[in-house]
Design a protein around this ligand. Structure first.
Ligand SMILES: [Zn+2]
Length: 530
């Protein structure tokens, strides 16, 4: 009903005023919003709704207009993947973009907390040096369904908080093994963000509960041997810069590794040599987000806080590392833009080789900080904790922090995919790999891959991976039927296309059964040589 009087009744007005006064007093008293971690004295971590409310409160700060909140897509259980774009308002698009995700493994919670602290600082007007040149995309809770599946047994041995989310998504998938097969809704949402934003830097925030070392945080660039050499070189330079910046702030950082490494999760990861004292990295395959991202000709960085430091210290190290990387990215912005453009162009013009049969590269002799931990027993619902103990000791040893292909072949002009199913076409589109379907038969000179053996591995991540051996035959005239899909190697994502399509690729669509039905005595993807 419409009020007769142009002004509201007096009692209503006074109660409105009273509410405004109360709200203003509360805001003045509480100041900027605090995270769940801060408000709980670092004994608890935030749920998805806490993060959304915190970001909304940050938008009310003096420079909150820098933040715009979007959904990058929905999780398997229908939750929004909240992503915050942070940029200074201006007319033209930003030349430089960075994307940082937290919580891909939802028990590893400090990325989520560090990104909230960073968002509050940005909303308060800090870090104008970064925003002057770079647009930020921050996605604090990537595995949002895992984040909500909280419990005290999700991360045994971690030095708090006691109750965290679980590693896997709602379908039991490890999202950091899903970047090629893209089975999870979360992965497909992130691939869309990669396509739409095309970040120059992608940072994936984790926590390691592996070997007892002496670092606050360890990191890795993309370890795929098929990353563009210019991009790989610049990735290493950015990590060296960040190491120096972190050292100046009292944080010790180094390449991610373990004193021994095994196929911990049954996925066929490379293993260290038994009895060889060294520092061994993890894997080169594209199923891991950062390795995958390098194949898009851009810089990927894995960040691993140290599980045996306190929750607050881990969050501080992660926050400092993200800022160090962003400052380094901005400082080297001309090189970054040039390297990305050169890598994209190289695919169109240069002869590029595709490497496979990948092994650890020869080691470097470098000092590694060796640490130790003490155990604090759990009781009831309090899980056991391992806590950093004593001073770390530097020991020079063999450091295996890179991989090298032991075989290679030149990229073709095209790959011809015979009778691709809709799942194959969907994945090529998800990855942003350009392809065209023949509407009429076409005769080309092409090579076929004769299968020597086809082995199925034990069940892993919902699949039984296929491993093929065999050899490419001499080129011959082949009539490609209508419906064949041609994928040009001379495209920006030619390196990624090779990884997805080559029969000898160590992490391809074939590995994950996409071509299982069409792989008989020959492989259903042909090479049309240059
Ligand atoms: Zn992790």
């Amino acid at each position: 009903m419409r009020a007769r009087s142009p002004s509201p009744p007096l009692h209503a007005l006074s109660s409105c005023l009273a509410m405004l006064v109360v709200a203003a007093a509360a805001a003045a008293q509480s100041g900027p919003p605090r995270t769940v971690a801060e408000a709980s004295e670092w004994t608890a971590t935030s749920r998805a709704a806490d993060v959304a409310a915190f970001v909304e409160a940050c938008r009310g700060l003096a420079h909150g207009a820098r933040l715009s909140v979007r959904s990058a897509g929905t999780s398997e259980q229908g939750r929004d993947l909240l992503v915050v774009r942070v940029a200074e308002a201006r007319g033209k698009p930003f030349p430089l973009r960075a994307l940082v995700i937290g919580n891909i493994h939802a028990g590893e919670v400090e990325g989520k907390e560090a990104l909230q602290l960073l968002l509050r600082e940005l909303a308060a007007g800090e870090h104008g040096d970064v925003l002057a040149h770079c647009e930020l995309w921050l996605l604090p809770v990537y595995n949002v369904d895992g984040n909500e599946a909280v419990g005290p047994k999700n991360r045994p041995g971690q030095n708090g908080p006691d109750v965290v989310g679980r590693r896997a998504n709602a379908n039991g998938l490890d999202l950091n093994r899903d970047f090629v097969k893209a089975d999870a809704a979360e992965t497909r949402a992130l691939l869309r963000l990669f396509r739409e934003v095309d970040p120059h830097l992608f940072v994936d925030l984790h926590t390691t509960n592996g070997s007892y070392h002496g670092y606050h945080l360890t990191y890795s660039p993309s370890l795929s041997p098929n990353v563009d050499p210019g991009v790989a070189k610049l990735s290493r330079a950015l990590l060296d810069d960040a190491t120096a910046t972190m050292r100046a702030q009292g944080f010790a950082t180094f390449d991610y590794g373990n004193f021994e490494t095994r196929d911990w999760d049954g996925g066929g990861a490379p293993e260290s040599e038994r009895g060889v004292r060294g520092w061994w990295s993890y894997d080169h395959r594209a199923r891991y987000g950062v390795n995958y991202f390098g194949l898009r000709n851009r810089i990927g960085v894995l960040s691993e806080a140290y599980s045996y430091d306190g929750f607050r210290e881990r969050t501080a190290a992660t926050h400092a590392f993200v800022l160090s990387l962003l400052r380094g990215l901005v400082a080297r912005r001309d090189e970054v833009l040039a390297a990305a453009a050169a890598a994209d162009r190289a695919l169109a013009h240069d002869a590029v080789a595709f490497g496979h049969a990948t092994k650890f590269a020869p080691p470097e002799r470098l000092p590694v900080l060796v640490g130790d931990v003490a155990e604090i027993a759990g009781d009831g619902d309090r899980p056991l904790r391992r806590v950093r103990k004593g001073e770390a000791v530097a020991e020079t040893m063999s450091v295996f922090r890179a991989f090298a292909a032991s075989a290679s072949l030149p990229l073709p002009e095209h790959w011809a995919v015979l009778a691709p199913g809709p799942d194959v076409l969907a994945r090529l589109s998800d990855h942003g790999v350009e392809h065209e379907m023949l509407s009429a038969p076409r005769t080309v000179r092409a090579q076929r891959f004769a299968i020597g053996s086809k082995r199925k591995k034990p069940k892993y991540q919902g699949h039984q991976e296929i491993v093929l051996t065999g050899g490419w035959q001499e080129p011959a005239d082949v009539e490609l039927p209508a419906g064949t899909v041609l994928v040009a190697a001379r495209q920006r994502l030619g390196r990624l296309a090779a990884t997805l399509l080559e029969p000898q690729s160590e992490d391809s669509l074939s590995s994950w059964n996409y071509f299982e039905a069409t792989t008989t005595e020959r492989y259903p993807v042909l090479r049309v040589p240059r």
